[in-house]
Write a protein that binds this ligand. Structure first.
Ligand code: PLP
Length: 344
């Protein structure tokens, strides 16, 4: 199976498994796991923050951060396609009682002007605006990169208005590799942000949340409270250390493969795609012109050994370290065949 469904589908490599098998471990809950501590130090250093905490998932990073930053009835500003709105099972409302104002804007991004206009007046009728959240890269926007300038201007706005600024950095390192902007520079304006280890970095599990010492102490209390504190978690943290040492620069291959996919697919009749919009490892294309919809298309592709995702007439593929150039060419051939069979 050629698995283009998501970069969450990666299998830990032999070398990564070896690093896991040989990891030094201890009681993580007591702060005594050397591998977890090293992973947190490496991440804090990479992001230029005081401290970091290892968590089971990116969703938990977002939810703990939101819980620390927001009181019930307060409001978060983010893009309407954001993960925290659409894919966290209502966690923001359930755990923190915060509401979210979802902003419009192309490519999964909103403008500084839109954010400024969304900040509520300080009167008794309005929820208190508390947090601005951006997703780097913007997942449902097609893996687009928020420009450093916009990130910085939103940070200035947050500071002027007394708001907290949080980055969902599930794919921050894809943005770093594709843009040449350092992780530290992207991270600088944020009060909190996190990296996912289980996406393009190729780990089986885990994410790391970073911020000030005081913020991470609060995050640790919530990690304990919600059952996220672990024991010999160095076994999985070792995968993260391995990934930070070996799997960052190679994200460029995933971006090249995504571009290759889009450029090859462009010539297929019935497919709408703009290769210029592909900035990292996520590609959306539309098959409305073929007369097919996503469900039968995805099923027919699966039958040909290619796994991908879709809704309506929009299809998404994501490249990652288990996808080669050859896999891309095979997948495009399978798409050509499926669309031709549908025409007949
Ligand atoms: C995957 C993802 C998450 C959640 O990460 P998990 O580790 O799967 O919980 C959050 N935000 C974005 C943008 C993501 O792509």
């Amino acid at each position: 199976m050629i698995n283009l469904y998501s970069d969450t589908q990666t299998q830990p490599s032999k070398a990564m498994r070896l690093a896991m098998a040989e990891a030094d471990v201890g009681d993580e809950q007591r702060g005594e796991d050397p591998s977890v501590n090293r992973l947190c130090d490496m991440t804090a250093e990479l992001l230029g923050k005081e401290a970091a905490v290892f968590l089971p998932s990116g969703t938990m990073c977002n939810q703990l951060a939101i819980h620390i930053h927001c009181r019930p009835g307060e409001e978060i500003i983010t893009h309407r396609s954001a993960h925290i709105i659409n894919f966290e099972a209502g966690g923001t409302a359930a755990f923190s009682g915060a509401q979210v104002q979802g902003l419009d804007g192309p490519k999964g991004q909103f403008s500084v002007e839109a954010a400024r206009a969304a900040i509520r007046p300080k009167d008794r009728h309005s929820p208190l605006t508390r947090l601005i959240c951006v997703e780097q890269t913007a997942n449902m926007g097609g893996g687009t990169i928020w420009p450093l300038k916009t990130i910085q201007e939103l940070g200035d706005l947050a500071r002027q208005q007394g708001l907290v600024y949080h980055m969902d950095g599930a794919r921050l390192l894809n943005a770093v590799v594709a843009s040449g902007v350092s992780a530290k520079d992207f991270a600088a304006p944020f009060d909190s942000l996190w990296l996912d280890l289980s996406k393009g970095l190729g780990c089986p599990v885990g994410a790391v949340l970073a911020g000030s010492k005081a913020f991470i102490e609060e995050a640790w209390r919530l990690k304990q409270r919600t059952g996220g504190a672990m024991r010999q978690a160095g076994i999985i943290a070792a995968a993260g250390i391995y990934a930070l040492e070996h799997n960052i620069d190679r994200l460029a291959e995933d971006h090249a493969n995504a571009k290759l996919f889009a450029e090859t697919l462009r010539n297929l009749p019935g497919v709408k795609i703009d290769p210029a919009e592909v900035e990292t490892n996520i590609v959306f294309f539309d098959i409305a012109g073929s007369g097919m919809t996503a469900d039968p298309f995805v099923a027919a592709m699966k039958a040909k050994g290619v796994d991908l995702g879709g809704a309506g007439t929009s299809i998404r593929i994501v490249t990652h370290l288990d996808i080669s150039r050859d896999d891309i060419m095979t997948a495009v051939e399978a798409i050509r065949a499926v669309l031709q069979e549908a025409k007949r």
